[in-house]
Design a binder for this molecule. Structure first.
Ligand code: AMP
Length: 272
């Protein structure tokens, strides 16, 4: 694996490279990230990954400062997985960067609780796409809203990029792997797995899906120790609140704080 310590370094050699599949990350890599590299490898292209903790997408300064950093083990994992190129952008990535305003869909779900978050995500990705010029990109559907906004961005800008969504990798208790899980105690991890259990429970009872039913699940999460940002049932494309499970698949999405750690998860449940 070749490591580049800035975007400029990569930019100066990229004309020699074949088609690329790109996996953007913020580091502290786990099996979820590893699965994205596997998917990228399957495209047959060379794989390029980035590790960059994007200050523009953090609206909570402490969350940014405390974001776990494990560069040595990240490099080891990417190398083992057969990643071909790793870019470690330095702060010059922000020089003269073009700000992107995310569309209205970005104001729902996580965006309603993290103002400017998706503007920051799309601003950095736009820069990375310009420099890397990938043929394919792989994003995890754990960050469903992010996946959707990037897909829409690629469509709207008519970028010649194939976007691939990857299923969420979980631990044995169903907890979605996340870099922030490292900040949870073992006891908290058990409580955190209630999020996925709740989503599965909602799926099991989908014939009863309505706002009152969801409210009982929300109350249950609160009584389990979460401070819940949202638990919502919505259209999988528009992200508008919806309970119309007769005609459409629905996205059940949740974001909740356990102590100082914010967790998200979701499940797409199929129509009746
Ligand atoms: P992050 O490093 O958190 O910015 O995540 C980088 C990419 O990994 C994003 O596309 C995430 O959606 C994806 N990702 C994070 N956690 C998981 C997981 N548990 N399973 C699959 N993909 C994941």
């Amino acid at each position: 694996m070749i490591i580049y310590n800035s975007l400029e370094e990569f930019n100066s050699i990229k004309h020699n490279l074949p088609k690329l599949s790109f996996v953007p990350t913020m580091g502290n890599l786990h099996e979820g990230h590893a699965s994205l590299i596997d998917i990228a490898k399957k495209t047959g292209n060379e794989v390029v990954s980035t590790i960059y903790v994007n200050s523009l997408q953090f609206n909570d300064k402490n969350d940014f400062i405390n974001y776990p950093k494990t560069l040595d083990t990240d490099i080891e994992l990417l190398g083992k997985k057969g990643c071909n190129h790793l870019i470690l952008p330095d702060s010059s990535i922000l020089d003269n960067i073009k700000s992107i305003k995310a569309p209205i869909k970005s104001m729902k779900l996580c965006g309603a609780h993290r103002p400017g978050h998706f503007d920051g995500v799309l601003t950095i990705l736009n820069r990375l796409f310009e420099i890397i010029n990938p043929h394919s990109v792989v994003f995890g559907k754990k960050d469903y809203q992010q996946f959707l906004l990037v897909k829409d961005f690629i469509d709207e800008k008519k970028l010649n990029i194939n976007i691939i969504g990857a299923n969420t990798i979980r631990n044995n208790n169903g907890l979605a792997l996340s870099s922030r899980n490292i900040l949870l105690t073992e006891k908290d991890k058990l409580i955190a797995s209630t999020l996925y259990k709740t989503l599965k429970d909602i799926e099991k009872n989908k014939t009863y899906l309505n706002s009152e039913y969801l409210k009982t699940k929300l109350d249950y999460l609160k009584s389990s120790g979460f401070k819940v940002d949202y638990l919502m049932s919505c259209d999988t494309e528009s992200l508008e609140e919806s309970y119309n499970i007769n005609n459409n698949d629905l996205l059940i999405a949740v974001a909740a704080h356990l102590g100082s750690v914010r967790l998200i998860d979701n499940l797409v449940i199929s129509k009746l």
